[in-house]
Design a protein around this ligand. Structure first.
Ligand SMILES: Cc1cc2nc3c(=O)[nH]c(=O)nc-3n(C[C@H](O)[C@H](O)[C@H](O)COP(=O)(O)OP(=O)(O)OC[C@H]3O[C@@H](n4cnc5c(N)ncnc54)[C@H](O)[C@@H]3O)c2cc1C
Length: 435
């Protein structure tokens, strides 16, 4: 089959790789000149099955209210006259019950574990190098109450096979000696030895090279403008090239992997995707003193920041702002991140050479991505990966490749339209609260 993949971020590139592995002719279309140039450009780098607790959880509504209007809030709703944002907010509230939280954690852990295994297998098969580290992820807490609250979700993750252990502050410092400086502030930590980190952008670029060698065609600098139907199926994609020339691209099947732009493309087809952009920040700086810099990938619970060591660079990422498609850098947020890095690891990185970046996470209210078939028989979705698109990329890419090929996916996950056909209103429901 000829399969057209729309979008060359982490999800598009991994879909293309696994589709090619299953013998398809694959064409990838993206508006950027190179792959992984948007949200997959400078993320936190964590392959974190343990980061499975969704934003929507029983404690979230109160915290979000408290953070309203605070410029440095970890999760900030900037309320706009935007129906999609309000609808998303209401769906988010619905996902905050204990039962929904447990359900969503199960989905996220199962896909995460499968995805991490798939990434490790891909590494063995290809020898791909992307500044990866396999030293686990250490999530540390400076609030005793938050540390206590971490126990229940960690226990659920262990039941699901994700070995997220609660450890003392002393053990945390043994695992990551660079934390010694703030030992007195630590209430405790969790550690997941099997989790990893690595440069997602470098991974995607290396995988593109492998795909190209294997015959996958990348049509870069092409802006997709519409999907056209004929006889109840997708007939072709419309796009314009870098000189504005109109193009029609035809295939037998189409996979939408356009991140936070995906809902806009499929809306005219009557498919309502509950995806809204959640802007995040990252800071990348060269290591100044290797002895003071962390090696293990870390999560700072209080500031909701993640830290990864990418070769001789430090990458720090986090915060979420729901404010439409705006990607502006907010100085207050950038400075807050740099301040926190200097507080935790003074002298470790060269802040004078810090590079700032923002990206739009394609966030669903449940944090569960939308992967699978649609009501149109040759249209598929691999999108809505929010905070965990790097962690879930390989598992999602392999799963959608299997679904497109008529094979059963290898992971127990609520893929869209995995069972009986659904009508239009349920397509939205299916995406929000499947299974
Ligand atoms: C600050 C931050 C930190 C993060 N940290 C982590 C982390 O530590 N671990 C983790 O697992 N995840 C992390 N993530 C999440 C992860 O980066 C995303 O989930 C992932 O990059 C999404 O990939 P994607 O392929 O869906 O979207 P994208 O990378 O945005 O790809 C979509 C592609 O579609 C293309 N496109 C869009 N519209 C059009 C159009 N009209 N025509 C043609 N092309 C189009 C874009 O050019 C783009 O290349 C983080 C995200 C952020 C913002």
């Amino acid at each position: 089959m000829k399969v057209i993949v729309l979008g060359a971020g982490l999800l598009g590139v991994t879909s293309a790789y696994f589709l090619r592995q299953l013998g398809h002719d694959v064409v990838v279309i993206d508006r950027q000149a190179s792959a992984a140039a948007e949200t997959s450009f400078a993320n936190g780098g964590q392959i974190s099955v343990s980061h499975a607790e969704p934003w929507a959880n029983p404690g979230a509504p109160l915290k979000v209210l408290k953070w309203l209007g605070r410029e440095d809030a970890p999760l900030l709703f900037r309320l706009r006259a935007d129906m999609r944002q309000w609808l998303w907010g209401l769906q988010f509230l619905r996902e905050c019950t204990p039962a929904r939280t447990r359900h969503n954690i199960a989905q996220i852990v199962r896909l995460g574990t499968y995805s991490r295994d798939t990434l490790q297998q891909l590494r063995r098969d290809t020898g791909l190098q992307y500044d990866q580290r396999t030293q686990g992820i250490l999530h540390f807490y400076t609030s005793a109450a938050e540390f206590e609250a971490a126990e229940a979700p960690a226990a659920q993750m262990r039941e699901l096979g994700c070995e997220r252990r609660l450890i003392s502050a002393d053990e945390a410092v043994r695992i990551e000696p660079a934390l010694a400086h703030v030992r007195g502030q630590l209430a405790g930590a969790t550690y997941t030895a099997e989790d990893e980190s690595g440069d997602a952008n470098r991974f995607a670029r290396e995988l593109v090279a492998l795909c190209e060698r294997d015959g996958v065609v990348f049509r870069m600098s092409h802006t997709i403008t519409a999907l056209r139907t004929d006889g109840g199926r997708i007939d072709h994609v419309e796009a314009t090239d870098h000189e504005g020339r109109f193009q029609r691209v035809r295939g037998d099947a189409y996979v939408v992997a356009m991140g936070s732009l995906s809902p806009l493309l499929v809306k005219p087809l009557g498919i309502a995707l509950p995806i809204y952009p959640a802007k995040g920040y990252s800071v990348t700086m060269p290591v100044l003193d290797a002895d003071k810099a962390h090696q293990v990938s870390l999560t700072d619970d209080e500031y909701k920041l993640v830290f990864s060591r990418l070769g001789n660079r430090l990458r720090i990422a986090g915060t979420a702002e729901l404010n439409g498609y705006d990607r502006d850098l907010n100085r207050v947020r950038c400075e807050a991140i740099v301040r926190r890095v200097q507080e935790l690891f003074p002298g470790a990185g060269d802040a004078s050479q810090a590079q700032f970046w923002t990206g739009l996470r394609p966030a669903t209210p449940s944090n569960v991505p939308v992967i699978g078939a649609t009501k149109l028989p040759n249209l598929y979705l691999n999108t809505g990966h929010g905070t965990l698109g790097w962690t879930h990329a390989c598992g999602s890419g392999k799963s959608i490749a299997r679904i497109v090929s008529g094979l059963t996916p290898e992971v127990d996950f609520a893929f869209t339209r995995a069972t009986a056909p659904v009508t239009r209103p349920q397509v939205l429901g299916a995406a929000v609260s499947r299974g």
